[in-house]
Design a binder for this molecule. Structure first.
Ligand code: DON
Length: 563
């Protein structure tokens, strides 16, 4: 009898595990977590809980990251995705660093001038909205190529996402606002009315059920990557393309491959920084920017001092000027990475820095390089064995192309806009580019996404990343400097007002609550200041003296979970 009871209890605990841990109708946002065993921080509390449930089941950080990412595709449709792409950076407890590139690729029928009209003028509405804006999605391929570092069977990792899609979950205020805002776009750019469209206005507390998405996730559970890139799901994507002006073909999907790339690893004082290589521009810009400040008296200057903000802004300007000219997909374009990140080149570039006044972007171009032999969301996870995972993933703009694949229930990306449609013409983040990032079939568009892990004594110390288009790299740069140089608490490092400069347009972008006295002095030095509502949504974990601290950005529904 006793034995039967134990078996019954075990069965019950297995069956109802996800329901016990993940409460789709009753959950709260937790901005800070401190504990000893493991932590997950992501853009949505239900996704963080999904990851936590996997850690508690004995999964490692990779398992938890996969579950969190899949749950985000359900509970955070504006950016969490299976129709987009991204990057994973991991540091495993055996000391190995891993980076997986699951960035979208241009379809086979893409061409350099596909967003230009007969007069040669760029038509960015085509690269930003609807079917033609989508690159071939990479997320599911990325997940399957990271599985070899995971521990639990995939069907357990995907189950929380299936449950949340099938049974629904209660939406937050920002989600309701987003869905209402894009209602007309969903109708205009999708061939069929999707779960995101409701006759009345969405409100906080409404339940979002995504039956078609649940079925797609089940096909992936049952057939692996082929459940997305071949068979019914792939056919639905191609049919959706044909109903609009899209060009993604069945072969584009079938042939998509995520790539494990050589991680970018560099030293900064006593720390080792591990980040994503190209096509993430962060893999070139972050080492450049950190090296540019390494010999400067950052700690004497202090956090948000005029001197520190000025120096870091000029560093941003110099690095982003090079981004525009030199960076693109290394599989297609020879990027002078070694030279750009070399001490000699950094020293040469820093000669252009004037400690007294703002630089002028029209006078500071990209450097001279001799010929050389290339709406987003972030999640950070750390587990009790010392594995750390940072994933930044995106549809590009909020809700991507706003095209929902009929029958399959997920949004496609508008990542094609991250290519340079025409030299010098800014994309939706104001980024300009040229030959290095021109469109070509099967090429990956340049990204700013910079998932990053900082090691101290060869063990994970910080796990960090953020969305924010071109502001991503400068935000990650600030998060690192805030902790490593200014000794800010993790909470302040994430939440204090941020700033950004990207060479062109020549303006210093700051968050609205940036200290006024600092802005006045920067303005007197020659800066044009532009205030914006918010820069990024950083999800950070710090591991120090055995204590794991996780912080979810206060700029959104971001939430930390742990045990
Ligand atoms: O890969 C990139 O750089 C962009 N597609 C990221 C877009 C983004 O961060 C949007 N979220 N705010």
């Amino acid at each position: 009898m006793k034995k039967h009871l134990i078996v019954l209890l075990l069965v019950f605990s297995q069956l109802s595990y996800s329901q016990q841990i993940i409460q789709p109708f009753d959950y709260s946002i937790q901005k800070n977590f401190k504990g000893k065993n493991g932590a997950v921080v992501s853009a949505h509390p239900l996704a963080s809980q999904a990851g936590l449930s996997i850690l508690k089941k004995g999964g490692n950080a990779v398992d938890a990251a996969i579950a969190t990412q899949l749950a985000l595709a359900v509970v955070y449709p504006g950016a969490g995705n299976i129709g987009g792409g991204g990057f994973m950076v991991a540091h495993l407890s055996n000391g190995k660093n891993v980076t997986i590139d699951f960035r979208e690729m241009a379809p086979g029928k893409a061409s350099r001038d596909m967003y230009l009209n007969a007069k040669g003028e760029s038509q960015l509405t085509l690269s930003q909205n609807g079917h033609l804006a989508s690159g071939v999605p990479g997320t599911i391929a990325g997940i399957f190529s990271s599985l070899k570092y995971a521990r639990l069977p995939f069907k357990i990792l995907i189950q929380p996402a299936i449950d949340l899609a099938e049974k629904g979950f209660v939406i937050t205020v920002p989600e309701a606002r987003g869905l209402n805002h894009y209602k007309n776009d969903f109708l205009k750019y999708s061939s069929k009315t999707s779960a995101f469209v409701k006759n009345t206005q969405w409100q906080k507390g409404d339940t979002l059920i995504q039956t078609e998405l649940a079925n797609t996730l089940k096909r992936i559970r049952d057939n692996g990557a082929k459940g997305f890139y071949e068979g019914a799901t792939a056919k639905m994507i191609v049919e959706e393309m044909q109903k609009g002006n899209g060009i993604i073909s069945y072969n584009d999907l079938k042939n998509y491959k995520a790539k494990e790339r050589k991680p970018v690893v560099f030293k900064y004082k006593d720390y080792t920084i591990v980040t994503m290589p190209l096509p993430s521009s962060g893999g070139v810009l972050l080492p450049m920017m950190m090296k540019m400040i390494a010999n400067q008296p950052m700690q004497d200057y202090g956090f948000h001092s005029v001197k520190a903000v000025h120096l870091m802004t000029e560093v941003d300007r110099l690095a982003y000027a090079d981004r525009a000219k030199f960076l693109g997909d290394v599989d297609f374009y020879k990027v002078p990475v070694k030279t750009l990140t070399s001490d000699a080149y950094i020293a040469e570039r820093m000669k252009l820095y004037d400690p007294e006044k703002a630089g002028v972007s029209t006078k500071i171009g990209p450097g001279e390089i001799p010929h050389e032999s290339d709406e987003t969301t972030h999640l950070s996870v750390y587990d009790k064995d010392g594995n750390a995972v940072a994933i930044t993933t995106t549809l590009n703009g909020g809700y991507g192309s706003r095209t929902v694949v009929a029958g399959a229930g997920f949004l496609l990306n508008n990542e094609m806009d991250d290519f340079s449609a025409k030299p010098g013409v800014p994309n939706m983040y104001g980024a300009v580019g040229g030959e290095a990032n021109a469109i070509a079939p099967h090429k990956r568009m340049l990204s700013s996404m910079t998932p990053t892990i900082v090691l101290k004594n060869d063990k994970p110390y910080l796990v960090v990343g953020t969305p924010g288009g071109t502001t991503i790299t400068t935000s990650v740069f600030q998060s690192l400097v805030n902790v490593l140089e200014f000794n800010l608490s993790l909470d302040d490092a994430v939440n204090k007002p941020k700033f950004h400069h990207q060479w062109l347009p020549d303006e210093l972008v700051v968050e609205e609550n940036f200290p006024e006295d600092v802005l006045e002095q920067l303005s007197a030095m020659g800066y044009t200041i532009k205030k914006v509502g918010g820069i990024g949504r950083t999800e950070a974990i710090k591991i120090d003296k055995g204590m794991i601290e996780a912080v979810g950005d206060h700029r959104g529904d971001d939430s930390a979970a742990g045990y």
